[in-house]
Write a protein that binds this ligand. Structure first.
Ligand code: TA6
Length: 302
């Protein structure tokens, strides 16, 4: 097991002025990444991008002020890595929602820079804890690229002798001025499962938010664009390796029920998630691999 102390991490991987490791909230190891005007912060716990934005501009990712930063706890905000399943476990409600990857400490294994991008690679492999939850060998790698866009490439490898079926999501929380004044374009005409009612509908026009929204859009490889007129910006989310997109805002009652989500925060956030949700899972043959990727970029309106 590699030495994961901050000194060892910085000795192995630091790029002076572009990538360093420090103790974040709760003393958890975080990577601080700078690429030109763009900044990102990545917790090694969950390989969790918890912040991304341009210096002097409103943050692009949202995180709750009540987020918990503790071993084994998912961080409320940023981009949780949901894997090897999305949502509740298909048969055992006692297993962690959205899988275990976001709750585990990952190893930082690589750093690179070029063309205005600073990249960090993190890795998670099976151990007795994961095998007790999901009895399969695996290697999971996330490469985070920071620059004028934020890129995440989540690659799952099956090193075993049996096929494995995996789901998951890059469960991205975006910062908006007022979710009731925000819309999402790109999902027009797509069928979606309303997780609140269990009913399926077809999206008519842009997605708007005026109540709790928890939808899995299917059969869509589309780039989604969050249109935020109050901030005068759009946020685009392009994807590969995914045919499902999840849109979520907890609204009043669910936000109130979440201990790590302040009651007044739901208007300031919107999840647009790059998923392999149920119905869009991937079966990896022995030696096979699958990459789920998202490219996130903000742009001024007009
Ligand atoms: O974003 C879709 C969703 O599955 C919602 O149903 C809600 O549960 C959300 O994920 C957050 O889940 P979490 O386990 O992080 O509280």
């Amino acid at each position: 097991m590699q030495d994961a102390t901050l000194d060892a991490l910085n000795h192995r991987l630091a790029l002076p002025g572009r990538l360093s490791f420090e103790a974040g909230p709760g003393g958890m190891p975080h990577a601080l990444i700078t690429a030109g005007d763009f900044r990102a912060e990545v917790a090694l716990q969950g390989a969790h991008v918890i912040a991304y934005g341009r210096a002097g501009a409103p943050p692009i990712l949202w995180a709750s002020r009540l987020a918990l930063y503790a071993p084994g706890k998912a961080i409320r905000g940023g981009i949780p890595i949901c894997w090897p399943w999305f949502g509740p476990h298909p048969t055992d409600p006692a297993r962690p929602a959205h899988g275990f990857a976001r709750n585990r400490m990952w190893a930082a294994v690589g750093a690179a820079e070029g063309d205005g991008v600073v990249a960090l690679t993190l890795r998670l492999s099976d151990d007795e804890v994961t095998r007790a939850l999901w009895p399969h060998p695996f290697t999971l790698e996330l490469t985070v690229g920071v620059g004028e866009a934020l890129t995440l490439e989540l690659t799952a490898l099956n090193p075993g002798a049996e096929p494995i079926t995996v789901g998951g999501a890059l469960h991205s929380y975006f910062s908006v001025a007022d979710v009731t004044r925000t819309s999402i374009i790109g999902l027009e005409g797509a069928a979606y499962l309303d997780q609140l009612t269990g009913l399926t509908h077809t999206q008519a026009g842009p997605v708007t938010i005026g109540a709790e929204v928890d939808r899995i859009y299917g059969a869509t490889a589309a780039t989604c664009t969050i249109v935020d007129p109050l901030l005068g910006r759009t946020i685009s989310i392009a994807k590969e390796g995914s045919m499902t997109t999840v849109v979520w805002n907890p609204w009043v009652e669910k936000a109130r029920r979440l201990a790590d989500f302040a009651d007044d925060e739901y208007p300031a956030m919107l999840c647009v998630e790059t998923a392999n949700a149920p119905g869009d899972t991937v079966t990896l043959a022995p030696g096979g691999r699958h990459t789920l990727s998202a490219t996130i970029a903000a742009a001024p309106i007009g």
